[in-house]
Ligand binder design. Structure first.
Ligand code: F6P
Length: 326
């Protein structure tokens, strides 16, 4: 029999557009099922610091359309220590919270797994990060919005690149994963993408630079994933400028603007689905899992599996990039 009566919700790690839609879904689903729900502020730090408030349906009114996170977020060092986690457990007990929903990326789930295992506390994860680097879900919340932000920015840079016949290196986020760069490259018609997962892409860049100039291309865009093994866009651009003085090279680092803005419709719907499913999973007695979307259907993956496996880049997308950029 289900014994959960009071759910705590938090967002942790880097914010991602759509986190608010997920928070709204969790709060309203909990209330729909007659449960109490409390918001924990600044991720695990709020658990440790006892920054916890009751939430009502109206607490999440008018937030589905905004980026960032109503509950704020943080990367919490205290939670890495047993003493910090013990403090968090005491605070949860004091509030009568008997289950947690955490929204975030791999760091968030690592914390959730340790905490769940240590205290036998039910925790469900919702994948929220623009990087899309979590195994067990096709898309993480925020990825689609960030991708659209990148494409909008690259379209604008393409205008000026074409006007000046320039070669632009545009650096995008993604940490050690190239999902944003690869899909961003396909969607914006980039000539080359450099991603951490592919080792010989630097050679592809050189092949392109040798042939592109001869072909008389009047603009070229290279999307560089921030985690690329060769280095960031600035370093790569410097090397290229020295080797190919015939190119007029510029660099743009898109940076944190990729993390903000109104979530796309896709992210809002995905976040709503995952939020509802997270509460339902707790009510079904599930714990220690991430709720994701695989082939458009809700899928559950244990934190252990989500953390153990590296999500590969889609081989079909890599092929498409290669074919379409000739
Ligand atoms: O994980 C999301 C992300 O935006 C990464 O793409 C990026 O490397 C990192 O967070 C930046 O983190 P911070 O905002 O702490 O500088």
């Amino acid at each position: 029999m289900n014994t959960i009566k009071h759910i705590g919700i938090l967002s942790s790690g880097g914010d991602a557009p759509g986190m608010n839609a997920a928070i709204r879904a969790v709060v309203r689903t909990a209330i729909y099922h007659g449960l109490q729900v409390s918001g924990i502020y600044r991720g695990y730090q709020g658990l440790v610091d006892n920054s916890i408030n009751t939430m009502h349906s109206s607490s999440v009114s008018n937030i589905i359309q905004s980026g960032g996170t109503l509950l704020k977020t943080a990367r919490c060092r205290d939670f890495l220590n047993k003493a910090g986690r013990e403090k968090a457990r005491q605070n949860l007990q004091e509030h009568g919270i008997d289950a947690l929903v955490v929204i975030g990326g791999d760091g968030t789930f690592r914390g959730a797994k340790v905490f769940g295992d240590e205290f036998g506390f039910p925790v469900i994860g919702i994948p929220g990060t623009i990087d899309n680097d979590l195994y067990g879900t096709d898309n993480t919340i925020g990825y689609d919005t960030a991708l659209n932000t990148i494409v909008n920015a690259v379209d604008k840079i393409r205008d000026t690149a074409t006007a000046h016949n320039r070669l632009f290196f545009i650096e995008v986020m993604g940490r050690e994963a190239g999902f944003l760069a690869l899909s961003g490259g396909i969607a914006s018609g980039a000539e080359v993408v450099l991603v951490p997962e592919i080792e010989d892409d630097y050679k592809q860049l050189h092949d392109f630079l040798k042939s592109g100039y001869k072909k008389g291309k009047n603009s070229s865009i290279v999307l560089v994933s921030e985690g690329d093994e060769i280095g960031g866009a600035l370093r790569i651009a410097e090397n290229v400028e020295n080797t190919y003085p015939e190119y007029d090279v510029r660099v743009t680092i898109l940076g944190h603007l990729q993390r903000g803005g109104a979530p796309s419709a896709y992210d809002r719907v995905s976040a709503s689905r995952m939020g509802v499913s997270a509460v339902n999973a707790l009510l079904d007695g599930k714990a220690g899992i991430m709720v994701g979307l695989v082939n458009h259907c809700i899928a559950h993956t244990s934190f252990g599996d989500a953390l153990k496996h590296k999500k590969p880049l889609n081989a079909h997308l890599l092929e498409i990039m290669k074919i379409l950029s000739i």
